[in-house]
Design a protein around this ligand. Structure first.
Ligand SMILES: [Zn+2]
Length: 360
């Protein structure tokens, strides 16, 4: 399995072509082990599916073989003790290699459910061409594990996304007499300061200390001697499970009213939060599989960012699509590595979870 992982790291899959090459490598590897594999093509983005087992329940293992750009030397894996360095080692070729190995080791006739393997090639650029496409084609199940690196902790929740584009309107005037105008930039600054005190910012949940609010874009002003009339400002807000995005919008509206600033807004996109809880039957069996494999208490946590989980979750009520993968560090950085022992444990946990009897 670790040789398979090393072979995957050597494929420079930081481009569409490279990711497709890695995908075809996975397909050939699985076929050589006697598995039936279907390769799908959406607009030149390749992905594969394979199925094993029987029964009414369906679980999905999802992994991506594309990686973020790396330095040339990162595509030569280096093993040092328990650490395997290389681009994509943690994010997430280790998860993919373990899923492939686990899949071939599964005894199809003894499986109480179907296990579907999905390997995709565009997670790092948003997943719309492959994971989302597969879901749109009907490839989803009752429970989905995305093998992103999580230190063998169970990432059962994920924040939702609310993108807000705000336009502040002022009144232009000559820069030498600013009191005759209204400065739209200053309105926006007042608003931004007020954002910190909104009630939704102070909330916390079992898995999150706070929502995430980032101000990534401001556009305003173009000359020294004019009081700016317009200031555009955008927020990327990641709200916690249980928070209502419409309520957040309402609080922002009310803030503008309270401050007396002229503000118009457009919500330019939103993604629901993933709200799986620990009493979910598949989380219960996964916790047992983790505990029996690692001989330690399983750890549950909430992710701040979104992954391909969100596409599957949309079909199953925001629940049952989780991130769970091996240990490592510095993914997207220069010293990315995965813990080799964690990859072995991960594979064992996947198998134990797949064959576990259904919880009633
Ligand atoms: Zn990833």
């Amino acid at each position: 399995m670790i040789d398979l992982l090393k072979d995957l790291i050597k494929i420079e899959s930081d481009t569409k072509e490279g990711a497709n090459e890695a995908l075809m490598f996975c397909s050939a590897w699985l076929k050589a082990k006697g598995e039936e594999v279907e390769v799908h093509d959406n607009d030149g983005y390749l992905m594969l599916t394979a199925v094993k087992g029987q029964g009414a329940e369906k679980i999905i293992w999802n992994g991506h073989v594309d990686v973020v750009p790396g330095h040339k030397e990162q595509f030569s894996p280096i093993e040092e003790g328990d650490k395997l360095y290389g681009r994509g080692s943690a994010d997430m070729k280790a998860g993919v290699a373990a899923m492939m190995q686990a899949f071939v080791e599964l005894d199809a006739s003894a499986l109480p459910r179907e296990v579907h393997l999905h390997i995709v090639t565009d997670e790092e650029i948003g997943g719309r061409n492959t994971s989302k496409w597969l879901v749109d084609q009907g490839h989803y199940g009752d429970f989905v594990i995305c093998g992103e690196p999580t230190h063998l902790k169970i990432g059962l929740q994920s924040k939702g996304i609310l993108r807000m584009d705000l336009t502040f309107k002022g009144k232009p005037a000559h820069g030498s007499r600013p009191w005759e105008g209204i400065n739209a930039i200053e309105s926006a600054m007042k608003f931004h300061a007020g954002m910190n005190d909104l009630p939704f910012r102070k909330e916390s949940t079992e898995y999150y200390e706070q929502p995430s609010v980032n101000l990534p874009i401001i556009n305003a002003g173009d000359r020294y001697n004019v009081v700016p009339e317009i200031c555009k400002m955008s927020y990327d807000i990641r709200f916690m499970p249980g928070q209502d995005k419409d309520e957040i919008v309402r609080q922002m509206e009310q803030l503008a009213n309270t401050l007396g600033v002229d503000m118009e807004y457009k919500a330019s996109g939103s993604t629901p939060a993933l709200t799986t809880t620990d009493d979910h039957p598949y989380i219960q069996t996964l916790m047992k599989a983790v505990e029996s494999t690692l001989s330690e208490q399983p750890v549950l946590f909430g992710q701040h960012g979104a992954a391909d989980t969100r596409y599957y979750a949309e079909k199953i009520g925001g629940q049952g699509a989780i991130e769970f993968g091996p240990s490592g560090d510095d993914w997207h950085g220069n010293a990315e590595y995965v813990s080799i022992s964690s990859v072995h444990s991960y594979k064992d946990i996947l198998i134990a979870h797949a064959i576990a009897p259904t919880e009633v």
